[in-house]
Design a protein around this ligand. Sequence first.
Ligand code: AMP
Ligand code: TRP
Length: 329
Amino acid sequence: MTNKLIFSGVQPTGNLHLGNYLGAIKQWVKLQNAYKSIFCVVDLHAITVPQNPVELKKSILELAAAYIACGIDPEKAIIFQQSDVKEHTELAWILGCNTPLGWLNRMTQFKEKSGKNKENAPLGLYGYPVLMAADILLYNTNLVPVGDDQKQHIELTRDIANSFNQKYGKDVFTIPEPMILSQAKRVMSLRDGTKKMSKSDESEYSRINLSDDAETIRSKFKKAQTDSIAEIYYDLENRPAISNLLTIYASLADITIEQAQAKFANFQFSNFKTELAELAVEKISPITKKFNELKNDTTELQKILDKGAQNARTIAEKTIKQVKGVVGF
Ligand code: AMP
Ligand code: TRP
């Protein structure tokens, strides 16, 4: 156990998919034994796009259940709901007053999410990365385990922290580093190997949800995109779909992509897909089973989140007090 702290989060916006699991949460499960760990249900981030309040409430508890079903142990790690700790919004405001618009204008996620209608995009969506910086900096986080898509936000967090420290002439904030461990740092859609697997893709066949039953998983892999070259080998640039399937296999099996490639070199697509689907069922089914058991025990889940918030608050209060002092409040 080191003294270093890791912090990460997922938005409670519907089902978790294989990208979330392989890119982020599966790594957290290993890391919780080696680091002080905080895993957040980032509900304040979720409302940067429209949410149905009834659904949101349900998704918050379900995400906590999913964390635990994936193997996060609330006795080892802090699991909490972001909006329960008001210091996140307080710090986000203060950091926002120290973040130039030019830095935010570079964020690709805002460009993607706001689409063509930028004039109608809410301020919160634009300020999303500042709130994320607040999440990370409140806890003196050393490392942030995430998928590849979040790297830019962590770079921004570092810039914000450095400029704040410099402006006030004090090392108020620890400078965090991204931790991108997984070979599946960018799991792609099963329908289009050039698009990221995402909760917001209209096609259910584009992703494997952690709530999918065995038959659904099999049928999604069966229909997964391949290409016209008969052989199976990894070539991310020219064969994104096959490379994605090999990456998924390797990650699920905890082997390297080279090993996966060697194993399937002489296979036909259909046989490779069957093996992949069976491995996915074997790895995902226990998670789904545990998730289904846990998700209805809302009293227990709430208890875990309450205790997590209490523990998180103890750290967050200290930081915000220091920050307010430095700013002159
Ligand atoms: P989100 O669902 O956007 O809140 O993402 C939660 C976590 O999952 C973040 O660490 C992301 O980087 C990671 N993640 C989301 N989609 C993918 C993907 N397709 N491949 C790898 N990691 C992903
Ligand atoms: N923006 C992250 C995502 O969409 C979620 C997130 C919010 C996060 N705050 C964070 C991740 C702090 C790591 C650390 O995936």
